[in-house]
Write a protein that binds this ligand. Structure first.
Ligand SMILES: C[S@@+](CC[C@H](N)C(=O)[O-])C[C@H]1O[C@@H](n2cnc3c(N)ncnc32)[C@H](O)[C@@H]1O
Length: 474
């Protein structure tokens, strides 16, 4: 039974490594085409996430055990070694002999010639009875920079740890890094046009009722305490819920829409936030949803239909064109810019992202985000608001972007205090976020705070001419 979990984990990890797939997508596709027992699925998912998360720490320990280092090791063999060391070094309830045996059998089937090598390396690993933490401690020399030491111990790229240290200092950085290695939980957003979290939970019985709890982060959220195949959950088919991270659920309410608000969602993607806006508009809204990818907007429309929501128009376009598009100029009361970003806040849900992104890409994204924010400000009417959000923790894609645009706009755009529009529980923890002129203008929910993804959000208001001439903000 266990062998099946390990074979599946190997196949999924190889897909991610060789074809650049996202872990959640590769796992879902694998489970759809393979009939795995629930226990095997759970172990397979654990091995895939853990191996990807701890890849750097695992490689640091493996390197000296391989005579010629890891550089020339065949990808299939490397995947087998990494996933085996993950199980031996990080999982306590998995018998070592089974891991070793399955690794050698797997290697015989996939890369026969390397079976002896895999056996030898893993036996050396298990002969050394020290814990993984002790093995890593011995490898991390005191002479190396603190960021590199943290990066090896908690398994992240150096550049990301360096950036976090500058922003958050040692203690919070360690907490963020540790939180990024935990298992993600599933949260559901309850369709505000149809129900409430409390009513949803009360409508369930038995095990299902036990598995659901109210979110402490979002008034629209419900947490799932145990695994559930959401797509087979009745309320999902009935359009009562959507899968969404709880921190992400905080963004759309910052637009403060009612049923008349003309909304532009400039980077709508699959529409997780577009549909929330429509729900907040009472189920019949007025949203123009833009994305550069047609296929995403097709899925957005399907979601709106499943949820019974009306009033969304989709538009395939490069959002930057809104900067000069006369038809859309100042045509909206509220604009959401949920910008493309490095995703370095979604660490536990997409553990492979940390190995794919670079500081240079984050810098490029920062430039794109500024262009998109300029376009968003062109489309909003005087007096209207733009909510800017990302799922990254990096200041250059967050505070630096909005700061530069605000400076550029020279007084015609201002930050708004979003604190009153956040749930009490979130407000209470906002102690270390940026405060400008006595007003908290943005928050970054970090993953160690509530076990959610990391999210940045802020709200800007375009002042109307009268206000700029010295009048009151209406
Ligand atoms: C963070 S995702 C949006 C997620 C979405 N708001 C949600 O909640 O489901 C960013 C989106 O921006 C889109 N995008 C990237 N560059 C774009 C551009 N220049 N114009 C329009 N959309 C763009 C991507 O296709 C992606 O769907």
């Amino acid at each position: 039974m266990t062998a099946a979990a390990r074979i599946s984990a190997y196949e999924v990890l190889l897909e991610i490594e060789e074809r650049g797939k996202y872990s959640n997508v590769a796992l879902q596709q694998h489970y759809r085409s393979h009939n795995l027992h629930e226990r095997d699925k759970a172990l397979c998912t654990e091995i895939v996430y853990g191996t990807l998360q701890y890849q750097r720490s695992i490689d640091a320990v493996l390197e000296p055990l391989c005579k010629n280092g890891l550089a020339g090791v065949d990808t299939r063999v490397l995947v087998i070694l990494r996933m085996s060391v993950y199980q031996l070094g990080y999982l306590s309830r998995v018998p070592g002999y089974a891991v070793l045996n399955d690794a050698v059998e797997l290697c015989k089937a996939k890369a026969k010639k390397a079976a002896g090598f895999v056996n030898g390396v893993l036996r050396s690993f298990t002969r050394d009875k020290r814990s993984m933490a002790e093995k890593l401690d011995a490898l991390i020399e005191t002479g190396i920079p603190v960021a590199t030491r943290m990066a090896i111990r908690y398994s992240y790229p150096d550049w990301f740890v360096e950036d976090l240290l500058l922003q958050y200092g040692d203690l919070r950085t360690v907490a963020i890094l540790q939180a990024g290695n935990e298992r993600p939980h599933i949260a559901l957003r309850v369709n505000a046009a149809k129900s409430t979290p409390r009513a949803l939970i009360e409508g369930q019985s038995g095990e299902m009722r036990e598995a659901l709890s109210l979110s402490s982060v979002s008034p629209f959220g419900v947490r799932l305490l145990s695994g559930l195949d959401v797509e087979h959950f009745e309320p999902y088919a009935e359009g009562l819920v959507s899968v969404q991270d709880e921190a992400s659920m905080l963004v759309a309410p910052l637009l403060k829409v009612d049923e008349h608000t003309r909304v532009l969602d400039l980077c709508a993607g699959l529409g997780t936030k577009t549909t929330q806006i429509l729900e907040l508009q009472g189920g019949v809204g007025n949203v123009t949803a833009v994305d550069i990818h047609h296929h995403k907007l097709v899925r957005l429309k399907a979601s709106a239909e499943r949820l019974g929501l009306k009033g969304v128009k989709t538009m395939v376009a490069d959002a930057r064109s809104f900067r000069t598009n006369a038809r859309h100029r100042e045509a909206y009361d509220a604009v959401l810019l949920d910008a493309p970003c490095s995703g370095m806040g979604v660490l536990k849900r997409r553990p492979e992202i940390r190995w794919r992104k670079t500081r240079e890409e984050s810098q490029q994204l920062s430039r794109l985000q500024k262009e998109l924010l300029r376009a968003a400000l062109s489309a909003v009417r005087p007096g209207g608001v733009v909510v800017y959000a990302t799922c990254t923790l990096l200041q250059r894609e967050n505070e630096d972007v909005v700061d530069e645009i605000i400076r550029e706009e020279g007084g015609s755009v201002t930050f708004e205090n979003i604190l009153p529009d956040l749930p009490e529980t979130v407000r209470a923890r906002c102690t270390t976020d940026t405060v400008r002129q006595g007003q908290r203008y943005s928050i970054t929910v970090t993953p160690e705070q509530y076990g959610t993804d990391g999210f940045f959000m802020t709200r800007l208001r375009k002042l109307d001419n009268q206000v700029q001439k010295g009048g009151e903000l209406k």
